[in-house]
Design a protein around this ligand. Sequence first.
Ligand code: EPZ
Length: 429
Amino acid sequence: MDSFKVSGPTKLSGTIEVEGSKNSALPIMAASLLYNGKVVLNNIPRLKDINSMISLLESMGALTQFENNSLSIDNSGLNSFRADYNLVRKMRASFIVLGGLLARKGRAEVSLPGGCAIGQRPVDIHIKSFEALGIQTNIKEGYVYAQTSDINSNEEQRVELEFPSVGATENLMIFAAGRNQTTIINNAAKEPEIVDLANFLEKLGAKVSGAGTAFISIKGFDASKESPSETVFNHDVIFDRIVAGTYAIAGIITESHITVKNVNHDHLKAFYNVLEQIGVNFILKDNEIEILPNNILSSLNPVNLTTLPFPGFPTDLQAQIMILLTQIKGKSKIFETIFENRFMHVPEYTRLGAVIEATSQSASIAGPAKLKAAPVMCTDLRASAGLVLGAMVAEGETMINRVYHLDRGYEEMEKKLKKAGLKIERVKE
Ligand code: EPZ
């Protein structure tokens, strides 16, 4: 497995461009299953997770072509309703193909994804919600077998999620868009990726209202009809708000003057709010965040923050903000409410010299800590980004092992950071 060698401390400069959103691209790719023809998706990041979803769709008969961040998917040859364990286990988001397969084929066999480093991450909310919509489900030998006999009854259907799960909302939205009736999802997730998915489903022919609120109504079309279509649908995926936040923190933690480009400010309000509380000097321009050169870490303030579903502070920026807080004078506190095991990076940050006390759901960060290079290990995607940020301020050469996690979610991170002035090198296994 590849590693990164990063030399610090360092200053960055210039503009860093954010890529398209992985977490928007994946459900939209899964939603392409609804369409008996070709879709072209633009602004797709070149990442391992995207390749995993491509392999899964191809295993079920899709034809794909991926060039210059543009991905075409033709699902007119869809010949399977089974998502195999060997493909699903590589990436949890694969489970979202369930809704599309059910709508298109009337049945689906999808492997359970299993747990992962940041928590157990069950799919019980997905399954209960499909059952509430009248789908028969059966779990056997690690697979969910799901079947519907009345895809196109005309009655309005309602489902209420016990928690606004992003993945469950997406799975249900895709299913609802592919059946010729109205479905109402209550207590839905409100993330920007949900709105992007809704926009794509509308292009395919569904009528979606309320995406971005807790109450989504979808009037779908009959995806099970096999009439081939000549129309090619195009969609530009939104930019990645988590990548934007990560690079903004890179500017702050190195006390640098940088601009992060391709940012939708509406997606990052809770993040900006925390930066303001800390006292960071930044300016928001059209689609850019400019981190001003006058940020002195020793003059910033500690903060207490809680990760929450959107529009709250995103759990996917928790590891990155934590490493910044290690450099700020005073005691900061982070409460993680989305995942039950998302402080795996704490022991790795401690290896760099951070002073953090963590329980399963809260972490107390004492700053400023003088960070020094040490060999460290990536535990999950965002924790890996946090380690790169830590290595930027740590004195010496930090070896970050197992960066394949980063390749799952950040497009060419080392190239972008190198261009901005970081001494970073990929060491091939
Ligand atoms: C999405 O995961 C993202 N992944 C995650 O990003 C992100 O951290 C998460 O949403 C929260 O924002 C993608 O979009 C591909 P959830 P998802 O269902 O959909 C529990 C990253 O780094 N839960 O909202 O899996 C679950 O265990 C990743 O890019 C159940 O208990 O998140 C978790 O504790 C990591 N039962 C919480 O809800 C269920 O059936 C939130 O999960 C479903 C979820």
